[in-house]
Ligand binder design. Structure first.
Ligand code: SF4
Ligand code: SF4
Length: 369
């Protein structure tokens, strides 16, 4: 049974949500996992351009101040994306972060892209996984003395939901690591919906898509031997003509994400903690260039040293909440598990496999501060 500390959304004079975030840090005893002089990675998601639901920078500033109080040297970090977007290389990524309010002036800590200029800076970490014996972890995360993961809870097309596990597992894999995790996903084109507009060709990082055929028979075609399974094309087709072929693939991807999380945490020796923000809980990943309406009202912030417990508690709190009527969960009810109703993907494998790997425990005690 692991402790998960919970700050709800109620606030009062001198006790706004940033102050409650600091109180979570204290209550969880996180000052003890940071030694003077430690390089402390604060992993977050700076938001894809067009998105609006990522964790705002002033919360990160609160954690930067707490880390400094403990004697640590904090830096904000994320690794580059596999897909073509506004965070695919370090230059674009840092500019996007600044556009969204994350820079030295606002958070009082440097922004370091963990896997370098184009995703090639990584450390191979040995793990005892079902899929991997070695994983490619973004080097700044691997070399940091301690890690705080700041995660925004969302629905997710591959993992059912995205929170701490997804944030550090997928998020701190290098570009090659992300390819390894996605390698079981292969989308297909529905010829009857494709109008051969070629939009997906521009977004495919592997140049795996071409337009085939003539006249009204023209449509996109994916070369499976070249496709790296990033899934970007599924989001970019406005006709809904490209879909992922599911089967057992989401389970495999989720297990691989958990194994990458194991690699991130392996050398941290317990010097890691997790904050999940249950605010503007959008139905899809923050990697999209939009954020749809939240599915439930804001719930609060969770903190734990157990990555499995905090993610399970996050899902459970959303299940208890009443849905927002004008959202994708509008026809659900309070007490109903929400994420499995948003996508055809079961989310349990990521947590079950993480337990099998020894990363944590789905049983928890929720402690309201
Ligand atoms: S974006 Fe969609 S409609 Fe356009 S070519 Fe690609 S699959 Fe076809
Ligand atoms: S065809 Fe494959 S590599 Fe290209 S965008 Fe789609 S999933 Fe990614």
């Amino acid at each position: 049974m692991s402790d998960v500390f919970f700050a709800d959304m109620r606030a009062s004079a001198h006790r706004g949500m940033p102050a409650k975030l600091g109180a979570l840090f204290d209550q969880a005893g996180l000052g003890d996992i940071i030694h003077p002089g430690d390089l402390v990675a604060i992993k977050t998601h700076f938001g894809e351009r067009g998105g609006s639901a990522f964790v705002p920078s002033f919360y990160l500033r609160t954690l930067v101040e707490k880390v400094k109080e403990a004697g640590g040297k904090p830096f904000l970090t994320d690794a580059g994306t596999l897909y073509v977007g506004s965070r695919a290389n370090a230059c674009d990524h840092i500019r996007t972060a600044a556009m969204h309010g994350f820079d030295l002036a606002t958070v009082d800590a440097p922004i370091i892209i963990a896997d370098g200029l184009v995703g090639g800076d990584f450390v191979e970490v040995e793990i005892a996984g079902r899929h991997f014996q070695k994983v490619k972890i973004a080097s700044a995360a691997a070399y940091a003395d301690a890690l705080l993961a700041v995660s925004h809870l969302t629905g997710h097309e591959v993992s059912g939901f995205g929170a701490a596990m997804k944030n550090i597992g997928m998020g701190l894999g290098s570009r090659g690591g992300k390819q390894q995790m996605h390698s079981d996903m292969r989308p297909r084109v529905d010829d009857t919906r494709c109008n051969a507009c070629a939009r997906c060709l521009r977004w495919c990082p592997a140049e795996a898509i071409s337009i085939r055929g003539e006249g009204k028979d023209k449509s996109a075609s994916i070369d499976e031997s070249v496709c790296i399974g990033c899934g970007e094309c599924t989001a970019m087709c406005v006709e809904g003509a490209i879909s992922i072929r599911w089967g057992s693939q989401p389970q495999t991807v989720q297990e691989k994400i958990a194994e990458y999380a194991a690699g991130v945490l392996k050398d941290k020796g317990g010097h890691a903690a997790f904050f999940n923000f249950l605010m503007h809980i959008s139905p899809a990943c923050d990697c999209w260039d939009f954020s749809d309406a939240p599915i439930v009202p804001d719930i609060g912030i969770l903190c734990s040293r157990d990555i499995v417990a905090i993610d399970r508690a996050s899902v459970d709190l959303v299940a208890q909440a009443a849905p927002i009527k004008d959202s994708r969960a509008g026809d659900m009810s309070a007490g109903q598990e929400k994420f499995s109703g948003l996508t055809p993907v079961a989310w349990a494998p990521q947590l079950e496999h993480a337990e099998w790997l020894g990363l944590g425990n789905q049983k928890y005690t929720l402690i309201k501060i």
